[in-house]
Design a protein around this ligand. Structure first.
Ligand SMILES: [Zn+2]
Length: 207
């Protein structure tokens, strides 16, 4: 987020993957129609269920936190389908429950009358320097730190992208808040104005 706060993506499947592989292997060795095969099948199903519960729980906590604390949220409209066709990324994206994240954030924000800004997927949020706005084309998915060849800025990659997204929202009339010390309550009241009294606050979540 543009405040510098980060949320770890929940990856329960990765964590439980070895256990799942092991159980599936056990299942495949059991004789068809046997009692033992049935028991093994139940174990696999239970673990699948547990993984989906952890995933749902983590996402609900995150989307509730976001929609309770921020009156405006900007997210990037990433090309999830395109990324799913990349086998290296596909499992981790599916595991993060991106679609579910968008769905939950959507209905929770609607309930609270929050503004959701979806930023064009072609906006170069990761490649643009958030200080001088020069594009750095050489940055790859593997680079965790954004380095600007023009002004020398070195900044966490996600933070750089979040600040870039924030600037797109600010330029459409929303102003960022979330300075340290300004609690969530100062960002939200019934009129939708912040303490400065003029504009709703914004915060950003990127993925
Ligand atoms: Zn720069």
């Amino acid at each position: 987020m543009s405040t510098g706060q980060k949320f770890e993506g929940s990856k329960p499947l990765k964590k439980h993957l070895n256990k799942l592989k092991c159980l599936q292997q056990q299942l495949s060795r059991k004789q068809k129609g046997s009692n033992n095969r049935n028991k093994a099948r139940i174990k696999v199903a239970r673990l699948h269920y547990r993984i989906s519960c952890i995933r749902q729980d983590t996402l609900h906590k995150l989307t509730s936190h976001l929609s309770n604390n921020f009156a405006a949220i900007a997210i990037e409209d990433l090309n999830v389908k395109g990324m799913m066709s990349n086998h290296v990324l596909a499992r981790s994206i599916a595991d993060m429950g991106f679609y579910e994240f968008r769905r939950q954030l959507g209905y929770k924000s609607q309930m609270r009358n929050n503004h959701i800004e979806v930023v064009d997927r072609w906006f170069p949020s990761s490649k643009r320097c958030s200080r001088c706005h020069v594009i750095n084309d050489s940055i790859t998915l593997g680079d965790r730190v954004f380095k600007c060849n023009n002004c020398g800025l070195e900044i966490d990659r996600e933070l750089n992208a979040a600040i870039n997204l924030e600037s797109t929202v600010s330029s459409t009339g929303f102003q960022a808040c979330g300075e340290k010390g300004a609690g969530p309550d100062s960002c939200r009241d019934e009129t939708g104005l912040n303490e400065a009294g003029t504009k709703p606050c914004t915060d950003l979540y990127t993925f």
